[in-house]
Design a protein around this ligand. Structure first.
Ligand code: PSU
Ligand code: MN
Length: 312
């Protein structure tokens, strides 16, 4: 008998951490968290510290955190401390948007999930609420580069409530809001009628709906299920308080320089966002990093309060 070729190892299926699975089964509050902000969005070694603080902020409001990432080829919803450390410190962590997930899993690699892939894996696990810093969206110059974040497509087809401080100000905010409207992704401002500008409390654009309590968001979530529009995302836009935003003058200068530097360096594709964020963090002398951390911690806490209200 000729030797038959070795059986390929089975593909590892996504793993929901026991604590997260138990909370979901009991109907308790869970908040999903992305990991690209940890691996590609924040500088080391601060990133690992912040990753732990984000989870703590969720717990402090009575919800269970579920950070999402691919570790050694296993898509995980809920990470152990050593997994979080791998994503924060390893040099071979791919930025894994939705289309990259299967490649990273098949290769048994590490992947940090973006808003798109985090929302996808979290919703599949039955998680209703997700916190991030800022969403991807339509880039400036998209008319010539066609650079529009895959986050938008994922939000249009994933039933999850996402808390963010708007979209990053490196983007074309007006165009992104138009795309969200086209894609039927609902946007509500938390405590405001203005769409936040990530580092800035106000992007200069309005939103149609304002909510003021987690209970109001939970009521909208229930109504979405009732009318059948819960097959796509609900976006809760949560601004930094005005006295915590980055000085608008510093913000505009640093951003202008960053866009010029990206253009000069020929940065393309999924490298654009990490490049611009790193430039802004460096050029603002830590001020944007301070704001970025406050944004994500504030969003994690609000997401937890919404998840708690929705679980009642
Ligand atoms: N917000 C941040 N830092 C980040 C990101 C968002 O403050 O690093 C990440 C998110 O994971 C988001 C991704 O999904 O950037 C968007 O990347 P792109 O523009 O390549 O789609
Ligand atoms: Mn892009």
């Amino acid at each position: 008998m000729p030797d038959s070729p070795p059986e390929p190892a089975p593909v590892p299926t996504p793993v929901v951490a026991p604590e997260v699975a138990e909370a979901l089964a009991a109907g308790r509050a869970v908040v999903a968290l992305e990991s690209t902000i940890i691996s590609h969005g924040l500088p080391r070694p601060r990133n690992l510290e912040v990753a732990a603080q984000i989870e703590a902020a969720v717990r402090a409001e009575g919800a269970v955190p579920a950070t999402v990432a691919v570790v050694d080829g296993v898509a995980r919803v809920g990470l152990e401390p050593q997994d979080l450390e791998t994503i924060a410190t390893s040099d071979d962590v791919a930025k894994a948007s939705l289309r990259d997930l299967a490649v990273v899993v098949a290769r048994r690699g590490h992947g940090a999930t973006t808003v798109a892939s985090t929302a996808h894996l979290a919703a599949r696990a039955g998680i209703a609420v997700f916190a991030t810093g800022g969403l991807g969206g339509v880039h400036r110059e998209a008319r010539t580069t066609w650079d529009e974040s895959a986050d938008l497509d994922a939000l249009a087809r994933t039933g999850i409530t996402v808390v963010s401080a708007g979209v990053k100000s490196i983007l074309d905010v007006a165009a992104t809001l138009e795309r969200l409207e086209t894609l039927n992704v609902a946007v509500v401002g938390y405590g405001t009628h203005r769409f936040p500008g990530f580092y800035l409390s106000d992007s200069g654009h309005a939103v149609d709906w304002r909510v003021d309590t987690p209970e109001e968001v939970a009521a909208i979530m229930a109504a979405r299920a009732a009318v059948g529009t819960d097959d796509r995302a609900l976006l809760v836009a949560n601004p930094l308080p005005p006295d915590r935003q980055v000085d608008p003058e510093l913000h505009d200068r640093v951003l202008r320089e960053g866009l010029a530097a990206a253009e000069a360096a020929g940065v393309r594709g999924k490298a654009v966002t990490p490049f611009l964020l790193a430039h802004v963090h460096e050029a603002s002398g830590g001020e944007s990093l301070r704001a970025n951390v406050e944004i994500i911690l504030g969003n994690a806490a609000l997401a937890a309060r919404i998840a708690v209200a929705a679980a009642r």
